[in-house]
Design a protein around this ligand. Sequence first.
Ligand code: 5GP
Length: 213
Amino acid sequence: MSTQRGLLIILSGPSGVGKGTVREAVFDNENCNYIYSVSATTRSSRPGEVNGEDYFFISREEFENLIEKDALLEYAEYVGNYYGTPLAYIEENLQAGRDVFLEIEVQGARKVRERMPEGIFIFLAPPSFKELETRLTDRGTDSQAVIMERMERAREEIEMMKDYDYVVVNDYVPNAVSKINAIIECEHLKVERIVDRIQQDIQDYFVEGAESR
Ligand code: 5GP
């Protein structure tokens, strides 16, 4: 019997909503059996980040080469740097029946929707706009003007929520993680994902089993 294709899970949402933190918490769980799709980026690594684990840190030239070869499922330019999802790794794992998890910004998620509409698109939303502003301020990396720019952008990005399958409010990280896991568990139980296997079992019982009875 052929292996059931894995699920492609896309976690996205506005800047500052906590996508990275939630994704890390999803993967911190020892029972997590998703494959994390490591992105390529042209930004430089931050202290503690590991090449090949957090990102593939590559030059602009190398990145443009990947674009040219159509080796990326999607890519986006974000705050002056390229970010993109290598396609071959995803395909390999999906075909082997493993669930692949992407954590990407909303432009990229939109492109994945066009190319792989069967993906499960989860939008991570802030508990409130006030809270989003507080989180951006607390990061301490941006000026007030940049924060207001990001808030405006978040307003536009939240409009894109309607193109997603699920919304998870990031009020408390463990809550968000258990909701994401529940969504994926339910997705695996959808009739269209199970029916072939059951039909094959019936077939085996009546056709092949009959020979030995
Ligand atoms: P950071 O530089 O903080 O690690 O990431 C910046 C943004 O890029 C985050 O919103 C993150 O979700 C997004 N991102 C990371 N990898 C990818 C990718 O492969 N494609 C796209 N479109 N966005 C990504």
